[in-house]
Ligand binder design. Structure first.
Ligand SMILES: [Zn+2]
Length: 119
């Protein structure tokens, strides 16, 4: 069990990261809407107009960033659930304790350094 006395510290880290990620997600969604609106108003042909291609790639970059932010939000909620369940800080693969420094850098991670998928 991970009944470490520092769990409140991690909860705070997770909560502030959650707020930060949700804010950047909201900003991305707002930007995406305004770029879409600009495209709709300019009547450009996405496939043949160079400007349309730029806007399309901008939108796809934004939606990739938004997808990253959404999955980060999911990871943070999952980590908060593990805190509540008392299983926080334990690798989901090998069951070993995750290094404290790693948790401080990536408090949402469910994996130890050896089982990290790069995230
Ligand atoms: Zn592991």
């Amino acid at each position: 069990m991970a009944a470490d006395p520092g769990s409140e510290t991690y909860r705070q880290l997770l909560t502030s990261e959650l707020a930060r990620t949700q804010a950047s997600l909201a900003a991305l969604v707002a930007d995406g809407r305004s770029v879409s609106a600009a495209r709709d108003n300019s009547n450009v042909d996405d496939e043949h107009d160079p400007e349309g291609t730029t806007i399309a790639s901008e939108l796809s970059q934004m939606s990739a960033l938004a997808a990253d932010a959404r999955s980060r939000v999911d990871e943070i909620y999952a980590a908060l659930a593990r805190l509540d369940a008392g299983t926080y800080g334990v690798c989901a693969v090998c069951g070993q304790a995750i290094a404290q420094g790693r948790l401080e850098a990536r408090p949402w991670t469910p994996y130890c350094i050896g089982h990290s998928t790069g995230g």
